[in-house]
Every structure is written in structure tokens, then in C-alpha cells.
Design a protein around this ligand. Structure first.
Ligand code: FMN
Length: 198
């Protein structure tokens, strides 16, 4: 079987849910899938609010993997900003309404947005994990627009029917959904993965 050396781009924006970003990068690296990470300024701010582990510590751990590359949000000359650089696609997790609106309208003035725009124009997978509540009509219209442009909108809804017991159970479910959407995994694991203490 040929090894897929093309990276998955993980974009982290400033919506609540940094734990989903960490779970996604961890899951990809655990599978030796190359990761190209880009995080917005607000993404780092939210991480500092929500996570026990500082962002810099997570980065240092990920950088121990030969499969991990980080790009600065302002680095519009990074290879992932070009359509001629092959990637396996991108996930924006979590996705703020600000970044969602930009993607819906082709605005690409930072590396996360530019790379997402590249995925859309190159018809590569783009998975958007939006996080806001409640949603106004503009948010909903922007979700429709990115969907019509070819992105998959994957809201981080808890799988209540699987009776998750912890945030970790929910995060694992969302991350597995993302991996399937990006074709990194063929299918979701068995339901008992999400309440392993039973
Ligand atoms: C602690 C914190 C939590 C936030 N949570 C959300 C959220 O869940 N959804 C959202 O759309 N924006 C949220 N925001 C606001 C965004 O961070 C803000 O709109 C920012 O401009 C987004 O920029 P970005 O898209 O470049 O990351 C939050 C901000 C902070 C500081």
C-alpha cells in the first residue's frame, strides 16, 4: 500500500473548542499522517482560556514528530498557500464565525483562510467544524455558502444516542467524524469506543 505523504492541514481559529483542535492533531500524528498546522491569533487566545496545557507545550510535543509542521498565521508564502502544493485537504477546527464568514466570501488575508480557499478552488476536502450558539441568519447563510462551495460543515454535536459520559468521549467522536470526512479513516469505530468505562 502506498504511503500518503501529503499533509492534512489543520486550521485552528478562535472559536471555543481548542480541545477538538488538540484531539485532531493528536489523532492524525498517532496515525503517522503528516500535519500542517496553522492557528489564528484568536485561536491561541481561546486555547489559553480553555486548556490546562499551554499552546507552546502542545506545539513542543507535536514538533517531536517528523510528521508535524507549523506555519505562522501571517506566512502567506508558506507552501500550503499555493494550489500547486499537494495536500490531502484541510479541517478548520474549531471554526469561528469570523473565519466561516471569510471563507464563505473568498476572503483570504491570513494563511488559514488562504489555505481553505485553495482547498475549495482545487476541489480538495475542506471540513469546517463551526462553533457558536445561538446562530443568526448570517451564520446559517455562511454555512450554506461554504457547503455550496464544496466544504463539509460538521458541527461538533454530541452523539447523545451513544451516551457519552465525558467531554473526552464527545471530542473522540467529533475527531473520528473528521477523520472519516478527510478519508483518513474508512469508518467510525464501534459505538462502545465512546463510553469505554461501561
Ligand atoms: C474565550 C473566547 C471564546 C470565543 N468563542 C467563540 C466561539 O465559540 N465562536 C465564535 O465564532 N467566536 C468566538 N470567539 C470570538 C472570536 O475569537 C473572534 O471573533 C475572533 O475575531 C475570531 O478570529 P479568527 O477567525 O481569526 O480566529 C471567542 C473569543 C474568545 C476570546
Amino acid at each position: 500500500m502506498a504511503i500518503n505523504t501529503k499533509p492534512v492541514v489543520v486550521g485552528v481559529s478562535g472559536a471555543s473548542g481548542s480541545v477538538m483542535a488538540k484531539g485532531t492533531v493528536d489523532a492524525l500524528l498517532n496515525r503517522d499522517v503528516p500535519v500542517a498546522l496553522v492557528c489564528t491569533v484568536a485561536g491561541r487566545m481561546v486555547w489559553a482560556e480553555e486548556m490546562d496545557e499551554p499552546y507552546a507545550t502542545a506545539l513542543a510535543t507535536w514538533k517531536e514528530s517528523p510528521y508535524f509542521t507549523e506555519y505562522a498565521i501571517g506566512d502567506l508564502r508558506a507552501p500550503i498557500a499555493s494550489g500547486s502544493y499537494p495536500t490531502r485537504g484541510m479541517v478548520v477546527v474549531p471554526c469561528s464565525m469570523n473565519s466561516l464568514a471569510s471563507m464563505a466570501h473568498g476572503i483570504s488575508d491570513n494563511l488559514l483562510l488562504r489555505t481553505a480557499d485553495v482547498c475549495l478552488k482545487e476541489r480538495r476536502p475542506l471540513v469546517i467544524v463551526p462553533r457558536e450558539t445561538p446562530l443568526h441568519s448570517g451564520h446559517l447563510e455562511n454555512m450554506l455558502k461554504v457547503s455550496q462551495l464544496g466544504a463539509m460543515v460538521l458541527p461538533p454535536e454530541p452523539p447523545f444516542y451513544l451516551r457519552p459520559e465525558t467531554i473526552d468521549d464527545v471530542v473522540r467522536y467529533i475527531v473520528n467524524r473528521v477523520l472519516v470526512a478527510l478519508d483518513v479513516e474508512d469508518a467510525l469505530p464501534d459505538a462502545d469506543q465512546y463510553h469505554p468505562r461501561n
